[in-house]
Ligand binder design. Structure first.
Ligand code: SF4
Ligand code: SF4
Length: 198
């Protein structure tokens, strides 16, 4: 069973990397990249993920013998409603700056922070950009809007989430949860299987 989970985790890592490349290619091409050291997206209760997306993080922590301890700290963090409004993996430097302590394994939504392109129902491309970047890089943003046709079709990120379905349909169909709750859920599962295999 643990072999099967490791196998799924590898597939998720590859899929997240593939999706992440699309997002970062769009951000580099449009020059609508994040403001240096900005961590506002993470300092926000509205970050959601499917537990499945956090499987590689759980596996990595387990490999490093840190899963049990991280799980316990996360559990008390989640039960502190004031703290639970911020992603557990965010390391705050000050009121504006911070960084992700799980960057390599961050889920799908976190990889889209900044800017991305999707197709609308009428097949027109739509650019989604963070409010802070729109203000800080207003000219660049307006310029990109006039050249949407130049953005390659392959950069559009529609249905990306659905491509995770093939990896584990059952886990995929679990609804998205606030990131801390999603992590708690998958950590519990991995802990269970890790204990069984001892
Ligand atoms: S996982 Fe990392 S990138 Fe995503 S919200 Fe948490 S700290 Fe931010
Ligand atoms: S998307 Fe915007 S708010 Fe989020 S980290 Fe980037 S610049 Fe900051």
């Amino acid at each position: 069973m643990i072999e099967e989970i490791l196998n799924k985790s590898e597939k998720i890592i590859n899929k997240l990397a593939e999706v992440g490349l699309k997002y970062s290619a769009t951000q580099e091409m449009t020059k609508l990249t994040c403001i240096k050291d900005c961590g506002k997206c993470c300092y926000n209760p509205e970050v959601y993920a499917r537990p499945l997306e956090l499987l590689p993080l759980a596996i990595d922590l387990n490999k490093k013998n840190k899963l049990e301890d991280t799980y316990e700290r996360l559990q008390s963090y989640v039960h502190n409603s004031e703290k639970n409004e911020v992603c557990f993996f965010y390391h705050k430097i000050d009121e504006v700056r911070g960084y992700c302590t799980a960057y390599e394994f961050r889920p799908l939504l976190c990889r889209s922070f900044g800017a991305f392109v999707r197709k609308k129902a009428n097949h027109k491309k739509e650019l989604s950009v963070c409010k802070l970047i729109k203000i800080e890089k207003q000219t660049t943003f307006e310029n990109v809007l006039t050249k949407m046709d130049e953005i390659p079709e392959s950069f559009c990120t529609d249905l990306l989430a659905n491509s995770f379905y093939q990896i584990d349909p059952e886990l995929f169909l679990e609804k998205e949860l606030q990131i801390n709750n999603a992590a708690l859920k998958i950590f519990e599962k991995v802990k269970f299987y890790a204990d069984l295999s001892r």
